[in-house]
Design a protein around this ligand. Structure first.
Ligand SMILES: Nc1ncnc2c1ncn2[C@@H]1O[C@H](COP(=O)(O)OP(=O)(O)OP(=O)(O)O)[C@@H](O)[C@H]1O
Length: 448
């Protein structure tokens, strides 16, 4: 029998990459080479903006999808197929509506070939541990969201996974239910009442990560990569109001709101040859945010400035809702973010004190100065005799750099922003972009 020391890694990612081939044959890189170790005894939070590859990374660890290159090791052995040591809790609960709670919890054990009697016994024990006692014969539709997710937890834990993977497990629940369940899970983990040696949680919530995790791994996007690997040494249970807690939340905020910031404490590479990094993409990844919401956000900032984290709390906004707006405003140089503090730039000040025409003019100038895709569309339109472009041309230009879905999103954003600024228009039925006759601003290109 192989004896495992406590510090031997459960999972090792050695230069793991993921790319997908587009229908047009082009390859889009989702994750750059990732080096990461998960050890027994730790809760690791994977945090990052939408599309940074958090779920993809988790699915590769679980063996649900293979890496494009590099290796996933489980107890130092290359993983082939499904990872036998992993169970997953999904955001959407993923329960079978026609099965009872007990039958749903038994499912994972059944898939592992566990005979009926011990299967039932293990499922009932986990139902008890997870607080579902008395609901064994209920059907999912008879349960609240929180109770349904308990079934998700019980089903994953019943197979006694070495690594419990959770993909945004609390985000479909209301705030109070999520908080209760989070702390109950933490209780179970700290009291060692659940048979799992390590937990990996994918989340958008900075506070959730700081409350639960022993390590926070921050991913960046386009392509996905590890930007920071931060240890959390605060003792449990953590006080959200303590200066140390707030300082860590601020630090993570700072990393997330500065996509260009250099990697912080990059993880130690694992000793295997790995592929050279792919060329950096030349397009910014534009957040799907309308100019109207940037304008509304800037107006909110007029009388306030300061800590992003506290502003989000004041506006009752989720991180994932606020960060794209901040990012878009940063791209347009309308705000400045330093050390987690946000303030209006001089252009932002001018924007909020202007009327609609002047605002359009400001956005036009900022787009042409800073946004590569808008510059390109505008330049191509000017170069055409009929000043019209088919959308396919822009999508084809984008698709080597983004997935087809993301390319479409980037296109939609660039159209939306350009339309607001009256730089160009878009005719949906024909799929044509065309120059607004009246506008011929100077194209001032600075490096984005
Ligand atoms: N099967 C697939 N084919 C093509 N592209 C894919 C596929 N699966 C994921 N992607 C793309 O990979 C990128 C990363 O997706 P992933 O779901 O891992 O990100 P994420 O960080 O978990 O995002 P979110 O926070 O929004 O869930 C996205 O751009 C997504 O569109």
């Amino acid at each position: 029998m192989v004896t495992q020391s406590l510090t031997d890694p459960l999972i090792t990612l050695q230069g793991v990459t993921k790319s997908y081939r587009q229908p047009n044959g082009q390859e889009v890189i989702i994750l750059e080479p990732i080096h990461l170790m998960l050890r027994p005894g730790e809760i690791v939070a994977l945090l990052g903006p939408s599309g940074s590859g958090k779920s993809t990374l988790m699915r590769m660890i679980a063996g649900l999808i293979p890496p494009t290159s590099g290796q996933v090791l489980y107890h130092d052995r290359p993983l082939v197929g499904l990872n036998p040591g992993v169970a997953i809790v999904f955001q959407s609960f993923a329960l079978y509506p026609w099965l009872t709670v007990l039958e749903n919890v038994e499912l994972g054990l059944k898939a592992k070939g566990e005979p009926a009697a011990p299967r039932r016994q293990k499922a009932l024990k986990m139902i008890d541990v997870i607080g579902l006692d008395g609901f064994e014969n209920a059907y999912p539709k008879e349960l609240s969201g929180g109770m349904r997710q308990r079934v998700g937890f019980a089903r994953a834990l019943a197979v006694e996974p070495e690594l419990l993977c959770m993909d945004e497990p609390f985000s479909a629940l209301d705030v109070l239910t999520a908080e209760n369940l989070r702390f109950e899970l933490l209780d179970l983990w700290l009291e060692r009442r659940i048979p799992t040696r390590s937990i990996l949680i994918v989340t958008h919530g900075i506070e959730e990560a700081v409350i639960l995790a022993d390590r926070i791994v921050v991913l960046g996007r386009n392509p996905g990569r590890i930007r920071a690997d931060l240890p959390v040494t605060l003792p449990h249970y953590r006080d959200r109001k303590s200066p140390a807690f707030q300082a860590l939340v601020d630090q993570v905020y700072k990393i997330l709101t500065h996509p260009d910031l250099q990697e912080i404490e990059p993880p130690a590479p694992v000793s295997t040859p790995h592929e050279p990094s792919p060329e950096p993409t030349k397009y910014q990844s534009l957040p799907s945010v309308r100019i109207g919401s940037i304008a509304g956000f800037l107006e909110l900032l007029e009388d306030r400035q300061g800590d992003l984290y506290r502003l989000a709390q004041e506006f009752l906004m989720e991180v994932d809702d606020m960060l794209p707006i901040v990012e878009a405003a940063q791209f347009l140089d309308l705000v400045a973010v330093r050390e987690g503090d946000i303030s209006l730039s001089s252009v932002g000040q001018q924007f909020i004190s202007s009327g609609i025409d002047e605002r359009k003019h400001i956005v036009r100038t900022q787009l042409l100065a800073h946004i590569r895709l808008v510059q390109q569309i505008y330049r191509l339109l000017q170069a055409k005799r009929d000043q019209r472009l088919p959308e396919e041309l822009i999508l084809d230009i984008l698709e080597p750099h983004f997935t087809a879905k993301e390319a479409q999103r980037q296109f939609n954003t660039a159209i939306d922003w350009g339309r607001y600024a009256e730089l160009y228009s878009y005719d949906e039925p024909s799929g044509e972009i065309f120059l607004e006759a009246a506008t011929t601003p100077e194209l001032v290109v600075t490096n984005p």
